[in-house]
Ligand binder design. Structure first.
Ligand SMILES: O=C(O)C(=O)C[C@@H](O)[C@H](O)[C@H](O)COP(=O)(O)O
Length: 348
């Protein structure tokens, strides 16, 4: 990985040091309307930011699209950015994904630094070089792999989040536990997510991001083991795209929901222990509720799964588990099995 992930203890110092390693003629900072209000004031107090030009896009995943991307390109162009300029992406996964893609394509690529401000971006989106936008109703349909030079991870920003955003990011942590160790999974499913202990959560963020870093280092372009990080996402992205047309849900909620049918398939096909599946499913149902799909939605969901980026030769590709930490990539399921898993999701 050509990216350095820094767990911040003093944001200003770390940013000064990162910027000194990213030689730049002009500095830009990308925010969305939420982080402009909640997080930008923290950065604007720093001397190193005094010349930075701010570009702001509308908040939420429904704006992770070509229009917002054009706003960023336009902001860079109007601010006379050169190929030697640098952009700081200050925000959640939508900002780090879209900003990373804008920076990677503007004048064929300028340096960028991610400062994630949501739990989801801290443990997942800001790390590992997946950048992109949604397109044609499909998640992350257009994008490139390109690392930010630095990720500066300041867990103080967690204090700006509401309960829903904590839950959303936590779903990716839960996924990291499932693909990692029993001890990590155990701590995650025992955590009181309804009234979270922020100190404990801040410590768990460090462990969680290490799981992602370790996997991305082995396989930066998702040819093999990186597909582990997509656990919960074959169904999850389908749920998310389905919801986008009705009542949008946060990405992490879609992943939490996606874990349910994928763990069900793991029990049926790769021998994942039923009791651990039950414990995980109960945790998800208690903390995330459910998504109200009916049998009439199955064909649409399966059609959406046919666009998953892991697929090859028209076959839907799943990541499953044989046990906690026993990752089985490139698994398949028949349409009948997928429908059974959706029945389990609804009726469980
Ligand atoms: O980093 C990865 O690799 C992942 O799959 C992590 C996912 O949690 C993340 O949501 C990712 O952006 C999904 O990527 P996609 O390739 O399925 O669009």
């Amino acid at each position: 990985m050509n990216q350095r992930v820094i767990i911040s203890t003093h944001l200003e110092n770390e940013l000064v040091s990162a910027l000194s390693e990213c030689e730049h003629d002009k500095l830009f900072v990308l925010t969305d309307t939420t982080t402009q209000e909640m997080c930008l004031p923290v950065l604007q107090k720093f001397y190193c930011m005094k010349e930075a030009k701010v570009i702001t896009i509308p908040a939420s995943d429904s704006h992770k699209d070509i229009e917002s991307l054009m706003m960023v390109w336009k902001g860079l162009q109007e601010g006379s950015a050169s190929r030697h300029s640098c952009m700081i992406n200050l925000g959640g996964g939508m900002v780090t994904d879209l900003g990373g893609f804008a920076a990677s394509t503007f004048k064929r690529g300028i340096n960028f630094i991610n400062i994630p401000t949501t739990l989801l971006a801290m443990v997942d989106a800001s790390v590992g070089g997946k950048t992109g936008i949604n397109f044609g109703g499909l998640k992350n349909e257009v994008g490139v792999f390109n690392d930010s030079k630095f990720v500066i991870l300041d867990t103080e920003f967690l204090k700006t989040l509401d309960a829903e955003n904590i839950c959303s990011g936590y779903a990716e942590m839960l996924k990291h536990g499932l693909i990692s160790t029993e001890a990590m999974w155990e701590e995650l499913v025992s955590f009181d997510l309804a009234t979270p202990d922020l100190k404990q959560l801040q410590r768990m963020v460090g462990d969680s991001v290490k799981v992602k870093e370790r996997i991305v280092e082995q396989d930066p372009h998702e040819k093999g083991i990186r597909k582990a990080l997509n656990l919960g996402h074959t169904f999850g992205h389908a749920f998310e795209s389905w919801a986008l047309k009705r009542k949008p849900i946060l990405h992490g909620y879609a992943v939490a929901f996606g874990l349910i049918p994928e763990l069900y398939l793991s029990v049926a096909k790769t021998g994942f222990p039923t009791e651990k599946m039950r414990q995980t499913v109960n945790f998800i149902k208690e903390n995330y509720g459910t998504l109200n799909i009916t049998c009439d939605d199955y064909d649409e969901l399966i059609e959406l799964m046919h666009h998953d980026k892991k697929n090859q030769n028209g076959i839907i590709n799943f990541t499953m588990l044989g046990a906690i930490g026993d990752i089985r990539i490139n698994q398949t399921a028949t349409t009948e099995e997928i429908k059974e898993a959706l029945d389990f999701f609804r009726e469980g």
